[in-house]
Write a protein that binds this ligand. Sequence first.
Ligand code: NAP
Length: 440
Amino acid sequence: MKYAIAVVGSGPSGLYVADALVRQWPDASVDVFDALPTPYGLVRGGIAPDHQNTKAVIRALERTLARDGTRFFGNVEIGRDLQYDELKGAYDLVILSVGAEHDRPLGIPGEQLPEVYGSAAFVGWYNGHPRYRNLNPYLGGASLAVIGNGNVALDIVRLLAKTPTELATSDLSSHAAHAIANSSIRDLYLIGRRGPVEASFTPIELAELGELQRCVTLVDPAALSATVGAHVPEKEIKVRQRNLDILRGFSERTIDAATMRIHILFYAAPSSIVGDDHVRGLLLDRTRLEGGNALRTGEQFELAVDTVIAATGYRTVSPPGVPFDEKRGVIANTDGLVEDGVYASGWCQHGPRGVVGTNRTDATALIKRIAADLEQTPRSPGKPGGAYVDRLLAERAVQVVDFEAWRRIDAAEVANATHPKPREKFVTTEALLDAARLAH
Ligand code: NAP
């Protein structure tokens, strides 16, 4: 069927969906939109810059974007350059894969202080996301706390602990590399409101904290008496056990000659961020677990810290007009269906969980669902698709970054890097658009 299909978002979710769509309907034209001039979403802007192997998935995503019948519309934001209703009018099917790019507030007093950051902003800053280029997080104190026990929290403490030599082969943005190299932070606190068994770390990432050149990772052995209990899902048991083993290894370490320390604290829920004009500390409630849930015991303690980063999850900001589920922070949907002809996939559908590959499984399931819906309620192709959108965007003088233009940005970023750095990202929209315009 010659369906005209729009996919909004060119991260792993959108591109795995684009791939699955073409497999299902080889004649379909698939137009992939992104608000940024660059594709690949969190693979470019989220995955840690020192995890270049994980970023290699870009090669597969690129094949999807380069395929005949698939077009990239970079620098086109739905709600700014093109409206949701126009999209629905132009395409037979619309798939929203806009991710969950914004920080979920912690909701505690002191959160508005200037040295408090959400992980979306902080990760965006070190990864050269244009929105966060000017975040300039305060790294001039002695101590920094990262709240949350997920992989994002691990990424943040690891990057802050690494030396310039350890980061040399990463594509950490230069402004962040400079700030991290000049940071005076010596103590990093990684804080979980539940225990070691409940942490959502993956073992490979956790073990990396044991391999840092100048930093030792410490954990109180008393916090590790937990066993993998009944509330842990069967498929998670091995991973949680492995995490416990790694943490036990950390608990046997001493400070030695390390110049930096990562302290992993469990059973500590943030109560408030202390300080009048600036962060002076973090007040925490000790917790105990009941049925896997953290209950505050009433006992409190304060950590003297100068900067706080909340790595506690993300929420979706959906394009104007798209039905939104405020409570869950995702696009309102029933198993992916948003409304007639419109579907959601990935983090904007089910919230921020899973790794890159999870999107592939999700995409296959969604396309199966769409095919079943179309069998039940057939829909003839016939909407104008990209040709109509081209006209609208030209009338509005939008500089669309197509796949070839993205290739020019890509080549320029690679050319601008000094070996062994793989690329030097452009970190403003203007610079990206300039590079997109340049001829080879
Ligand atoms: P996550 O794994 O859901 O971790 C969020 C953490 O924040 C949890 O420890 C959670 O505790 C805690 N939290 C939430 N609200 C809190 C509050 N009000 N106070 C204190 N703690 C709070 O999410 P993530 O680290 O943001 O990662 C998102 C997804 O990306 C995950 O699926 C992750 O695996 C994936 N990712 C993977 C990699 C990798 O594979 N290398 C790297 C980065 C991200 P509770 O558990 O108690 O709710």
